[in-house]
Design a protein around this ligand. Structure first.
Ligand code: NAI
Length: 452
């Protein structure tokens, strides 16, 4: 079987690499000439564990190709996956211009039966728009070529994308014909053999499933953050409360960690887009509006703690930052909490020394020379007035506290991901602040005021 993936970003590249890994002949298409040239030379535009090796291996085997020419790719494709971006429009709804453009390109260039599958995250009703756009182009050409559309939302997690694709919790497919169902069943067989389920449904339900899933995950994060903030006020410890609630199997123990808010290219835009879909149909999604509001304020929580520690005056203070990507194992900084925190710190007059294992180049696009980029986590601490941990990379988890204490100008740690133990930090002579635990009474430096 020959397949084409249109859009060679995070989703397109992982999808293309994984399908070629099981022996399928794959062509990845993108409009970005530079990206395609780089890919042809084995230069991968994103950091994703295992991806570079997998792409190189399958290119060398001759079953993974890259091109900017959609017409060439479509000439011999049985299935086409649309995996272009669906960024938020001005009003928060999903901007479908790239998806519809690709649909039109399919209509312009297909010359035999083709199954066009939308993998991008798109609102309900998009597959119908895709179908109409293809039909319009075929009508313009005055040709009568049979085709099907299907919806196959992607659930991979950046940082674990390859594993998620090869061993999915489930594959969701919305189809309108038996032919499409059979084709996708065959295509996904290598990934479902070991009991990973493929769930077929109608197209609208498949489109809705992706938004409902991401909204549920975002809700879990905002819920635990809201409870964490209350814990701090009433004197409870969110780490203990978390253990207490997550041992209930109905609640479960995944994705309920307090922090500094969700980010990334998906949750913020997908929650917003679902709210807009509700509005379009005159239905108010009250829970999701609250989820969004909590997340927005959560991105300020760590900054507020640093401000409070320094009596509301950060002018001339140096803040060391560990972690910039929106989560570990990725260089993706889209909507990362670090963006908000850095902007706020700079506005307050602070100097920033930042380290991230893979996102420094990405950060340079955002902040150019307004912050100092360090190649080592300890280098950030030199003469810094505190450390803020923004991403829970594994290498930050058991640091050398003695060296840290020596390097920091002021031994204060603001832990946005609750990765440290407060008693251990106190024992090592640090003032320690985290999310959802009031540690003010443990503060060792009597000269700092906590009344701001
Ligand atoms: P991305 O921004 O990394 O990649 C999109 C690619 O599409 C870019 O390389 C762009 O140049 C290309 N493109 C745009 N218009 C094109 C056209 N007409 N023809 C060919 N290529 C074109 O986006 P990403 O992150 O891969 O997301 C794609 C979709 O998948 C979005 O709808 C997103 O919501 C969804 N998704 C993303 C996940 C993630 O973790 N990044 C996870 C699950 C779904």
């Amino acid at each position: 079987m020959n397949i084409t993936i249109i859009g060679s970003g995070y989703v397109g590249l992982v999808t293309g690499a994984c399908f070629s890994e099981v022996g399928i002949n794959v062509t990845c298409v993108d409009v970005d000439q530079q990206k395609i040239d780089n890919l042809k030379n084995g230069i991968i535009p994103i950091y994703e564990p295992g991806l570079e090796k997998m792409i190189t291996r399958n290119m060398n085997k001759g079953r993974l190709h890259f091109t900017t020419k959609i017409s060439d790719a479509l000439r011999c494709s049985d299935v086409v996956f649309i995996s272009v971006g669906t960024p938020p429009d001005e009003d928060g709804s999903a901007d479908l211009k790239y998806v519809i453009q690709v649909a039109r390109d399919c209509g312009k260039h297909m010359n035999d039966y083709t199954l066009v599958v939308t993998k991008s995250t798109v609102p309900v009703g998009t597959s119908l728009k895709v179908k109409n756009a293809i039909k319009e182009e075929l009508d313009k050409r005055k040709v009568n070529i049979d085709f099907d559309v299907a919806s196959n939302p992607e659930f991979l997690k950046e940082g674990a994308a390859i594993d998620d694709f090869l061993k999915p919790d489930r594959i969701v497919v919305g189809v309108e014909s038996t032919r499409a169902e059979e084709l996708l069943n065959t295509l996904y067989k290598p990934f479902t053999l070991n009991g990973h389920p493929i769930i077929f449904m109608d197209v609208i339900s498949a489109e809705m499933t992706k938004y409902a899933a991401n909204s549920m995950l975002a809700t879990k994060i905002s819920f635990i953050n809201d409870i964490a903030n209350l814990c701090e006020i009433v004197g409870a410890d969110i780490n203990k409360v978390r253990k207490g609630i997550t041992s209930d199997t109905r609640i479960g123990n995944k994705f309920l960690y307090p922090g500094i808010g969700y980010g990334g290219s998906c949750f913020p835009k997908d929650v917003q887009a679902l709210i807009r879909t509700g509005e379009e149909f005159e239905y108010e999604l009250k829970v999701l509006k609250a989820v969004e509001a909590v997340n927005k304020s959560q991105k300020s929580v760590l900054f507020n703690k640093i401000m409070k520690y320094y009596d509301g005056d950060l002018k001339g203070k140096t803040v060391a930052l560990w972690g910039l990507s929106f989560k570990p194992q990725t260089d993706d900084m889209r909507e990362a909490p670090s963006l908000e925190i850095i902007k706020k710190l700079l506005l307050a007059g602070a100097n920033i020394r930042a380290y991230d294992p893979v996102a420094l180049n990405e950060a340079k696009h955002h902040f150019e020379n307004t912050i100092t980029y360090c190649e080592d986590q300890y280098e950030t601490l030199i003469n810094a007035d505190c450390l803020a941990v923004l991403t829970e990379w594994s290498e930050f988890r058991i640091p050398n506290f003695k060296i840290m204490h020596k390097l920091l100008n002021v031994p204060a740690i603001f832990d946005g991901r609750n990765i440290y133990d407060k008693s251990e930090l106190k024992k090592n002579g640090f003032d320690y602040f985290c999310i959802g635990v009031n540690t003010d009474s443990d503060v060792l430096r009597p000269e700092v005021s906590l009344s701001y």
